[in-house]
Design a protein around this ligand. Structure first.
Ligand code: BGP
Length: 471
């Protein structure tokens, strides 16, 4: 008889692995028919601005996952991964978004990748749109606030889901969908130029189109591949009021609702009552077509996934700076928590709170699909990379997940962010590393690109082997 599972253990069959995004890893940005995407004109991450005349674009080369994926998947298998999350670069399949027929070379690439994963015993989770819309579509039609994007997206979804039926178990419709309403990430999430007029209006109109697109995609995926599951993906930052002043608590609640808006629509199937006042006060008029509300109501997601890196504090007296930088995105400083080199708070308990709040609110299965520590790593003279700080970070968060499971949360899996070092989305740097596997490249793309296991590699391998018992 097997050992009985205790309350504070991860369930049997728990998914353990890692997550990346195509544009941050693949490189080969114009190979085999691919055309540029919104990611490919970011000269140095989203804080470097959008430029078409810069000397360096990190995503053009990235870590060459495009050519080296077999080697990388082998390493993931060696680390005991049973799940891997990546995205499909839309511009490999429909290079300008408007072709009648998909690009076979792009389709074949992902087919080979998914089959290779399957061979290694790894289940695929795919983000359909992870910050990489065809640039040609944006140039011609603006961003996702244009309703035309719905059909371009659905054509893409139909093609990939039909082709990869049986190879992909979990589909996520949009990465961190709420970032369609956040400056400057609205560019990444919805192709909205953060410098445009009527920004709020444009961002929420774009979000509406993504809601409808996501629901129609959910319907389509269920019809094409009944064994596949469809999830929403949000960025979650646990919110604390700065003080117990009622004003701060109210401000914190309002801020939370701005985040919850997106998962409320996707999980519950309707616009929550609280959003109308926000729209009115900010002069936002979301245009809906007849049938949109019905579509959103009928096709809610099967499960909810989220990224969790940090918590935030909110005060009624603190005004967000108009000009955002990597540091100011963090907002007010929580004096009780340590921070990363990039000023992000380290707060494992915040993850336990997040899991409880989300499960309580939706009663849907949950996945933590991004979590990790961006840090500068040092290669010692003997070639070792002793990233004990990363082990501490991950161990703390896995422990917090274990507590949440003991609290009764239905948690299905964990994919740490960037198991192999990739280009940072925010800064465009290679030196902001998340991996348990080191990649020998610097911020200008110089280096051999060789892969080296860090100390955390063996640690994570054993964590997975013990199903999270040994941390
Ligand atoms: C999330 C994105 C990822 C990833 C991560 C880490 O918001 O979904 O694409 O990049 O953040 O952020 P960064 O790369 O800026 O450190």
């Amino acid at each position: 008889m097997g050992k009985k599972q205790t309350r504070s253990q991860f369930p049997k069959g728990f998914y353990w692995g890692g997550a990346i995004a195509a544009n941050q890893a693949e490189g080969a940005y114009l190979e085999d028919g691919k055309q540029p995407s919104t990611a490919d004109i970011k000269s140095r991450g989203f804080f470097g601005g959008l430029r078409r005349d810069a000397d360096y674009y990190p995503t053009h080369k990235a870590i060459d996952f495009y050519h080296r994926y077999k080697e990388d998947l082998k390493l993931f298998q060696e680390a005991n991964f049973n799940i891997f999350r990546t995205s499909i670069n839309w511009t490999r399949i429909y290079p300008t978004g408007e072709e009648d027929n998909p690009n076979e070379a792009g389709l074949k690439y992902y087919e080979d990748l998914f089959k290779e994963a399957q061979k290694n015993g790894i289940t695929m989770m795919i983000t359909i749109s992870h910050y990489e819309t065809p640039l040609a579509l944006i140039d011609k039609y603006g961003g996702w606030d244009n309703r035309k994007f719905l059909n371009f997206y659905l054509k893409f979804v139909k093609t990939i889901v039909t082709r990869y039926k049986g190879l992909v178990k979990f589909w996520l419709t949009f990465n961190e969908i709420g970032n369609a309403s956040v400056v400057p990430i609205c560019w990444d999430a919805a192709g909205i130029d953060p410098n445009s007029d009527n920004l709020q209006q444009r961002m929420y109109q774009a979000a509406h189109h993504q809601f409808v697109a996501s629901s129609l995609a959910t319907k389509m995926i269920h019809e094409i591949d009944p064994n596949a599951k469809v999830g929403a993906m949000i960025a979650y930052k646990t919110v604390y009021p700065y003080t117990c002043k009622v004003e701060d608590v109210k401000a914190a609640e309002a801020s939370k609702r701005k985040e919850y808006f997106f998962s409320d629509v996707q999980a519950r199937g309707y616009y929550p009552s609280y959003i109308w006042r926000y729209f009115e006060e900010n002069n936002i008029h979301v245009k809906m077509e007849t049938g949109d509300e019905e579509i959103i109501r009928q096709h809610t997601v099967d499960f909810l996934t989220f990224s969790y890196y940090r918590s935030r504090v909110v005060s009624a007296d603190y005004e967000e700076p108009a000009e955002k930088t990597s540091d100011s995105l963090e907002g007010l400083v929580n004096p009780h928590l340590p921070k990363t080199d990039w000023g992000w708070t380290i707060d494992p308990d915040g993850l336990r709170l997040a899991l409880n709040e989300l499960y309580d609110r939706y009663q849907l299965p949950l996945f933590v699909v991004e979590n990790g520590l961006g840090a500068k790593d040092k290669v010692e003279e003997d070639g070792l990379i002793n990233d004990d700080y990363r082990i501490d970070y991950l161990a703390g968060h896995i422990k917090a997940m274990r507590e949440a499971v003991a609290d009764g949360v239905d948690l299905k899996g964990y994919t740490m962010w960037g198991p192999i070092d990739i280009v940072s989305n925010g800064t465009g740097q290679m030196s902001k590393r998340y991996g348990i596997i080191y990649v020998d490249l610097d911020d200008n793309g110089n280096g051999t690109g060789d892969r080296v296991k860090k100390k955390s590699f063996e640690w994570y391998r054993r964590v997975i082997e013990s199903n999270g018992d040994i941390l």
